[in-house]
Design a binder for this molecule. Sequence first.
Ligand code: SAM
Length: 458
Amino acid sequence: MEKHLPSSLLHSLQYAQGFDANDFIRVHQQNDSIVSIRTNPAKSINIAQSVVQIDAKVPWSSNGFYLTERPSFTIDPLFHCGAYYVQEASSMFLEQALKQTCDLAKSLKVLDLCAAPGGKSTLIQSMISKDSLLVSNEVIKTRVSVLSENITKWGAVNVVVTNNDPRDFQKLSNYFDVIVVDAPCSGSGLFRKDPHAINEWSEQNVMLCSQRQQRILADVMCALKPGGILIYSTCSFSIEEDEAIADWLSSEYALESMPIQLNEEWNIVESKSPKANAAGYRFYPDKLKGEGFFLAAFKKNKEDKSKGESTSKNSLELMSKTELASIQHWIKDISNLSFFKWKDECIAVPHSKLKEIILLQSCLYLRKVGISMGAIIRNELIPSHELAMSTIVSNHINTIELSHDQALQYLRKTDLTLDNTINGWTLVKFGGLALGLVKVMPNRINNYYPKDWRILNK
Ligand code: SAM
């Protein structure tokens, strides 16, 4: 498809640092399709069993890989196991920003404010310590389901998914150690991947996006602790959404720019904002293997005038000893977890985070908390899909390893016939990783794969 880049975009970019019009136009005319994945360090993957073919490492990422071509991820059971996330390579630079600006060994409270579908959240979760908590928020209700699904597949217990407007976080003043704002933007960085986005682009939309970005940042800034880190990113090339926002943050909130060390071979362009000289990092598709992206990191030095950290008098309904006894054998290591009842389900969260969850519950709309283990009915746990996908599930649950065809049958939620089964709840696995649950009955096997997630194509 012939791509005509908007001349007003090209004109405005002549002032952007590192912009080379000829190379930029040329790379947009080529039909290069770059596909990359980021593997889940909590779920070791045997790539030989996957449909993906690794080409090379993404240089700025520990777990990122370019693929030789785009496979059908839908027919890869390992994709459904949460063994990897399909993520655009430039975005994986968030890893460097986190590593170089935060002490990731510490117990951190991290907010990913604009989180759906979950690319940055799954990356953040892989970087933070077990003792940290990630609040993964998405304001648009219809996008929270896909976010929750991706977080569920990732399997971690230290994540809370919320569905709130940025201004709701004002109730948590001076609370988060790190806030990531991967802002909605005019999307010029994705023109190569999605040529239709070119028709949606206008100078007016760039201005609207820039105003919205300021509004989102202004709403959430008081929730960042003094000494806390703000990471701002867009997939737009426009200065109005990138360096101009960095200038605005520097003057409005006296934020300190946090430089990120680059390896020269990465070909990432370091820019300086015109007024505050704040460092920003520009990704041009003609200079590196990735799409358009911008990232800047800042430290907040001032305490917010509003009162200190909020507290809540609310509490959660903890589980009784009998209930705990009925779930114990489902879990690998119960010692660092706490359990409570929420919407008729039994929820597992890191023990050290219980107080935080009580507080979050009192001021935010929580859509998913830790790992929902399932419902306890007559002292028996009816295990949930979330538990099956999680990294806390016991290694001693009945397991059946499926072939590729059987795994696809399971994911299509069709009837399964399996040999050598033991009656009762059984984890079905592919490549050693859980796909979900079945219940083996004397005369049939019930498939408990979530109906909304099933593969529909043949
Ligand atoms: N961080 C995501 C990832 O890596 O998968 C991508 C986020 S996307 C660039 C921006 C997100 O901001 C979208 O999910 C969008 O729904 C959300 N959004 C749109 N308007 C918003 C607003 N006014 N406040 C906060 N978030 C908004």
